[in-house]
Design a protein around this ligand. Structure first.
Ligand code: SDX
Length: 428
């Protein structure tokens, strides 16, 4: 039952629409009947004030800088949980018991290998292909290899596809890296943790044993957890929209990867590190802050600002602390971190950033850690896609099981030519 009504006056007509309340967060005005009752559409480019669905997976309070996954605060999960446990939580809704976690971990480990033919698929790319181009292609191709888990009406097949995607993304991402550096692919080693397995497939070589560094494993695990899900962001909305047509899960996740690649979204981690490197020295920061404020300059501070967070992105706080910790424990220093900290300091004191509520987001510090671990910059978004696959899979399953969901088909404000007759070319 709706909790209240909102009344809209359009011309001489007044119409009421139900107001629905969630468990926490803003109410929504249910306008599903708006067009039928008023003949008008809403207009909301970028969906700044539009709720696309009901969801119980992730809650964000942008004003307070709060991020909850199934009610659990992100900083607690980043500190105390593991990525498979967070994956289980996002997909199933509750933290697993020990037995449930062991079973889930075992199930995931049975799907870490790729069909051997897919290795040939990689060989079709140029060696200098961007890893995200490879990820889009390979993940989209999975439906050509795993037909037995593409029937989205079968809950069992949906779960197998979900497990396959969660399990295979580290293998796919590591193979994308190996291919671009000309090293042989490494098969998974299921005796390692999810994160350790990924690190070995990425940085290990067949010629010698690979020891997983616990400092790096812990940092990588935190990075995966921090990137796992984030409500109805652009790439998750892409996955949901693709899924709403009944497309198979592999195609939907490939669509999400394509959307995430954009520099305004997941591509920002690569762009942020490139920007910090371009700035180079702290004394050049004011020049870049001035450019970011200049309306005539398309330059934006990458890793800054967010559609929802108008306060600190809680993930950025954990990422910043982890960056300092990893550099210290690896005995490394990185002038980029100094530049990032100085840039954050200066920006947060600047009237423009204060007035527009622009804070560092998840992408501002992640590149410092990934660079320290040894990833090339063009792998950063592939790592984001690896981690976000868990959120995309959870959101995709929730969408399919939601009785209210139907094919997504927005309308528009038409500003083109009214009807006119065709004019033969001789008369134009
Ligand atoms: C992610 O949605 C999610 O949840 C995404 C994500 C996730 O986990 O899925 O959190 C991951 O994508 C994080 C964001 C990564 N992107 C970047 O760091 C790129 C730089 N940031 C901006 O492009 C921007 O802040 C966005 C895209 C993140 C948000 O854009 P919005 O919400 O559409 O905000 P906006 O563009 O309307 O900006 C509001 C104002 C504008 O000025 P005015 O037109 O009002 O004068 O703030 C300015 C913008 O020009 N602004 C910036 C800025 N970000 C916004 N000015 C300088 N530098 C910036 N970074």
């Amino acid at each position: 039952m709706p909790d209240a009504n909102a009344t809209l006056k359009l011309g001489n007509e007044e119409k009421s629409f139900p107001v629905l309340s969630g468990s926490v967060g803003p109410d929504v005005i249910d306008i599903r009947k708006l067009y039928a009752e008023t003949g008008a559409f809403t207009y909301d480019p970028g969906f700044t004030s539009t709720g696309s669905c009901q969801s119980a997976i992730t809650y964000i309070d942008g004003e307070e800088g709060v991020l909850l996954h199934r009610g659990y605060p992100i900083d607690q999960l980043a500190e105390q949980s593991t990525f498979p446990e967070v994956a289980y939580l996002l997909v199933n809704g509750e933290l697993p018991s020990k037995d449930e976690l062991d079973q889930f971990t075992y199930t995931i480990s049975r799907h870490t290998m790729l069909h051997e033919q897919l290795a040939n698929f990689y060989r079709g790319f140029r060696r200098d292909a961007h890893p995200m181009a490879i990820m889009c292609g390979v993940v989209g191709a999975l439906s050509a290899f795993y037909h037995d888990s593409t029937d989205i009406t079968d809950p069992k097949q949906r779960m197998i596809a979900s497990h396959r995607l969660i399990a295979k993304m580290p293998t796919i991402a590591a193979m994308a890296y190996k291919y671009t550096v000309g090293q042989p692919f490494m098969y998974p080693d299921n005796s390692l943790s999810y994160t350790g397995n990924f690190l070995r497939m990425t940085f290990g070589v067949p010629a010698e044993p690979y020891e997983v560094n616990p400092v790096i494993e812990r940092a990588m695990r935190r990075i995966f957890i921090l990137h796992a899900d984030h409500e109805q962001n652009a790439s998750t909305s892409t996955v949901r929209l693709a899924g709403s047509s009944g497309a198979n899960p592999f195609a939907c996740i490939a669509a999400g990867i394509a959307c995430l690649w954009g520099p305004a979204h997941g591509g920002a981690n690569e762009a942020a590190l490139n920007m910090l490197r371009e700035i180079g020295r702290p004394e050049r920061i004011p020049e870049y802050i001035a450019r970011a404020k200049d309306k005539d300059d398309p330059f934006r501070l990458m890793g800054f600002g967010h559609r929802v967070y108008k306060n600190f992105d809680p993930r950025a706080k954990v990422m910043k602390a982890t960056a300092a910790e990893v550099l210290k424990e690896l005995g490394k220093s990185d002038p980029v971190l100094d530049t990032a900290q100085e840039l954050e300091q200066l920006a947060l004191q600047d009237e423009y950033f204060i007035e527009k509520k622009l804070y560092p987001n998840v992408d501002f510090y992640s590149g410092v850690i990934l660079n320290a671990i040894g990833f090339p910059t063009d792998m950063f978004t592939a790592l984001f896609a690896l981690a976000r696959t868990v959120g995309w899979v959870a959101q995709w399953n929730e969408m399919i099981s939601d009785p209210e969901q139907k094919i997504g088909r927005p309308r528009q404000l038409y500003v083109g030519e009214p009807q006119r007759d065709y004019v033969p070319v001789e008369q134009r």
